[in-house]
Design a protein. Structure first.
Length: 365
């Protein structure tokens, strides 16, 4: 790949700047695609954005940026989107620094900013070479997520459509599922979750799903699937609790969408779990238990060491199930009447079993 360094003044980069939101951002006389499909949304915090302008005003050097050559006279941002947008948005009047917008500055201050030269490496090479380089240089100061890296590899019409639904502030996915999702749409967390769920349903990796659909002109399959997941969640667990946020609902949907689940019964059981002193797990785990029906998710109360040692002496080290004798460290406390049948963690419900017998009993729960 051919890489050549250029010094380009801010006035030239800002020329022709236009931010059309979902349609993209251009600058440099319309020749520079500032936000290609594989790039993230603007994620700089105000402090980071402001420091870019302060650095320019002081005449200090910014980190180098990278553009890739496209066609005869076009360019695509490889690295430097956040800094470029910070500069262009300031010149455009979108925000102020120390209560002064660009148009409030003295003429010599404006000229100093406009004359400031950005250090930009322009790269020419194959798509694979450019994308490999993009992975190496990353985005200055803000580590890429796995999904942002996937976006770099599988850019195309499908990704453009998918980002409209899953990767914008206030996107459709956030409007219907923000209460159930962790992370941020603009950091690709919603898109990553949706892809992991539908890929699991189809028995493939996320990368395979994106490769299969890279040239599709719409993302209807993913969007309709995501809607089905959220509709199922809301219909199955009709009382919302904050602990529902961030659970892998798509995986639960894949495994249990055809189960005969009664919402009223589930809510009654949920309340019983919340009130049950035997259950020590956090509420988030209750949803997993209600679907999987495995007590291991509940962190049930266990017998303390004092109780177990007393029972061990009472049984003289003999397993209550197989009748063989063991040392204390070879035995475990067991509920005679399991929790699933109403058994409590009290001394009267304790027996000592060898580890093998206890494991065999647990597997029958």
């Amino acid at each position: 790949m051919n890489i050549v360094m250029h010094e380009i003044p801010i006035r030239d980069v800002y020329k022709g700047y236009a931010d059309s939101n979902e349609e993209g951002v251009v600058a440099y006389g319309g020749r520079l695609n500032v936000r290609p499909a594989f790039q993230r949304e603007f994620v700089y915090k105000d402090r980071q954005r402001d420091e870019v302008i302060r650095t320019v005003r002081k005449g200090f050097p910014l980190n180098v940026m990278y553009w890739s050559k496209t066609g005869e006279d076009g360019f695509e941002m490889l690295d430097g989107q956040q800094r470029t947008l910070s500069i262009c948005q300031y010149l455009h009047g979108d925000y102020s620094i120390d209560y002064r917008y660009f148009h409030n500055l003295e003429d010599d201050e404006k000229e100093q900013i406009l004359d400031y030269k950005l250090m930009i490496y322009i790269c020419e090479g194959s798509d694979k070479e450019k994308l490999d380089w993009f992975k190496v240089i990353n985005i200055a100061g803000v580590q890429l997520t796995d999904q942002e890296l996937r976006n770099a590899v599988y850019t195309g019409p499908w990704l453009t459509e998918a980002k409209r639904y899953f990767s914008k502030s206030g996107c459709p996915a956030a409007s219907i599922a923000a209460d159930y999702m962790n992370g941020s749409p603009i950091r690709q967390d919603y898109l990553a979750s949706a892809l992991s769920w539908i890929s699991e349903a189809q028995g493939i990796e996320i990368e395979e799903y994106m490769a299969q659909h890279q040239l599709d002109t719409n993302c209807n399959e993913l969007w309709l699937y995501f809607n089905s997941v959220i509709t199922w969640v809301k219909a199955t667990f009709t009382v919302y609790r904050k602990e529902m946020k961030g659970l892998p609902w798509g995986i639960f949907y894949n495994h249990h969408k055809n189960d005969a689940l009664d919402p009223g019964t589930l809510e009654k059981e949920m309340q019983q779990l919340i009130d049950d002193e035997e259950v020590e797990a956090k509420t988030k785990a209750y949803y997993i238990y209600l679907l999987e029906r495995d007590p291991k998710y509940l962190s049930l109360r266990v017998f303390n060491d004092k109780m177990k040692r007393r029972k061990f002496r009472e049984q003289q080290g003999i397993c209550a199930n197989c009748g063989r004798q063991f040392g204390y460290d070879e035995m475990e406390g067991d509920h005679i009447r399991p929790w699933t049948e109403g058994g409590r963690t009290i001394y009267e419900n304790l027996q000592m079993l060898c580890k093998h017998c206890n494991a065999s009993k647990q597997n029958r729960w």
